[in-house]
Design a protein around this ligand. Structure first.
Ligand SMILES: Cc1ncc(COP(=O)(O)O)c(C=O)c1O
Length: 408
């Protein structure tokens, strides 16, 4: 067992260790092991950086004004947040369903799709993660599904975006499966390896969903709120989904909240039909206050444009790291402030790399063969969107030093 009285997530407990976190400022985290440069935005939620005073103050003010609210209460921040989210969604989105995070956003999107279409079947990609609740785990294609199987019936996975697979299998699978209610797709695949669909991909998905009566749910939990240099990841393509699930950076990490944004053509079904969804902490005031202020900060600080501007230096930096590690380098990919560097390292090598990165006091996501569904590993870089180019250089310099120790 680890020494802690709580479980550590996604790991066997023996030998596990928790990171002591004391606070932070901008791209810096204060940890028990000193100041760490955060090139991962924690687990992709800290888009506004650490210690953001405006968001902290907004949460405090909300706690003073109104801290408790039942699900169907209305208070100013709740209405303002729903309006702000719908203003950021494509035209025609008319309702928000509030959740606690990304997993239950997908869970509730699944339920909404079932109730609207009368169909329980879903399609998702093998190369995906959609969350840790039972339904969202079933949708997920990565290693985190197997431990809970047999999971929900009726979820079919497609090979889209896997190595060597061209285009999309979704039109054909929708035709063969018939009766599919919803297609769940991370707009850009995040934790499973920064997989960026080719041009025309979502246009083809949209057409197939329309042809077969399925709803397209864009999972924007990891990439929503600017990560890819657009507000929503799907905006890089010329098609819009029926539902958008989001979480993580919705609050910048300063509160617990997820949401499903629903197009009017779906929402209208529930004018007469009972919406059989709800949560005790639906739109909890502290999460809502954090989200409302986070959204304002993203606008006021121009963080989406900053993410777009980070794409070129981030990719160039990763190309530089690839050149440095020579034959151990795999693919380099990037979109906005989300970058990927493949590494031909085995589990032992990746373990040494994790230790070297910790000693250089830089946080990036290290992926192994389990997440990537194959051999080798990778680094995924996803800094807070407020990072300066100088800070990015410093962070990637630390990563270079760590790589030198392991590969050099
Ligand atoms: C694309 C995607 N969807 C859903 C989730 C689940 O979100 P949460 O962990 O907030 O429940 C995640 C979390 O990593 C994610 O990356």
């Amino acid at each position: 067992m680890s020494d802690e009285p709580f479980f550590l997530t996604w790991q066997a407990q023996a030998g596990g260790a928790a990171t002591e976190l004391r606070g932070g400022d901008g791209v810096w985290m204060d940890t028990g092991a000193g100041r760490v440069l955060d090139l991962g935005a924690l687990v992709y939620q800290a888009n506004a950086g650490h210690g953001h005073r405006r968001i902290v103050e907004a949460v405090k003010a909300q706690a003073d004004a109104l801290c408790l609210a039942p699900p169907n209460a209305v208070y100013p921040a709740k209405r303002a947040l729903a309006e702000a989210l719908l203003a950021k969604a494509p035209p025609g989105f008319s309702k928000v369903f509030f959740c606690l995070g990304g997993s239950d956003a997908n869970e509730n999107a699944m339920k909404i799709a079932r109730m609207v279409t009368g169909r329980h079947k879903c399609v998702a990609r093998y190369r995906s993660y959609h969350g840790a609740t039972l339904g969202a785990s079933t949708l997920s294609g990565d290693w985190r599904r197997a431990p809970i199987e047999p999971a929900l019936p009726g979820v079919v996975h497609v090979m889209d975006l896997d190595e060597g697979v061209e285009g999309t299998q979704i039109p054909r699978v929708l035709a063969l499966e018939e009766q599919v209610g919803a297609v769940f797709l991370e707009s850009v695949v995040g934790a499973n390896g920064v997989l960026i669909p080719p041009p025309g991909y979502y246009e083809a998905v949209r057409a197939a969903c329309d042809a077969h009566g399925a709803l397209w749910v864009a999972d924007e939990v990891l990439v929503g709120f600017g990560r890819t240099g657009r507000y929503w990841g799907f905006e890089h393509w010329g098609a819009t989904p029926d539902l958008i699930s989001c979480g993580k950076a919705l609050t910048g990490g300063y509160g617990t909240l997820g949401a499903v944004l629903v197009h009017e053509r779906v929402a209208r079904v529930f004018e007469e039909k009972v919406l059989a969804c709800g949560l005790t902490h639906y739109a909890h005031p502290l999460g809502v206050a954090a989200a409302l202020e986070a959204l304002r900060v993203y606008d006021d600080e121009g963080l989406v444009a900053k993410a777009a501007a980070l794409e070129a230096p981030l990719k160039a930096g990763l190309e530089g790291l690839a050149a440095r590690v020579g034959e151990a380098a795999g693919a380099v990919r990037g979109i906005g402030a989300l970058g990927y560097l493949g590494l031909d390292l085995d589990e032992a090598g990746l373990g040494r790399l994790r230790a070297a990165l910790a000693s250089k006091r830089v946080h990036v996501h290290v992926k192994g063969p389990r997440q990537l569904r194959g051999s080798g590993g990778a680094l995924v870089v996803s800094p807070p969107l407020c990072i300066t180019e100088a800070e990015l250089d410093e962070g990637l310099g630390r990563v270079a030093e760590a790589l030198d120790e392991v590969v050099g």
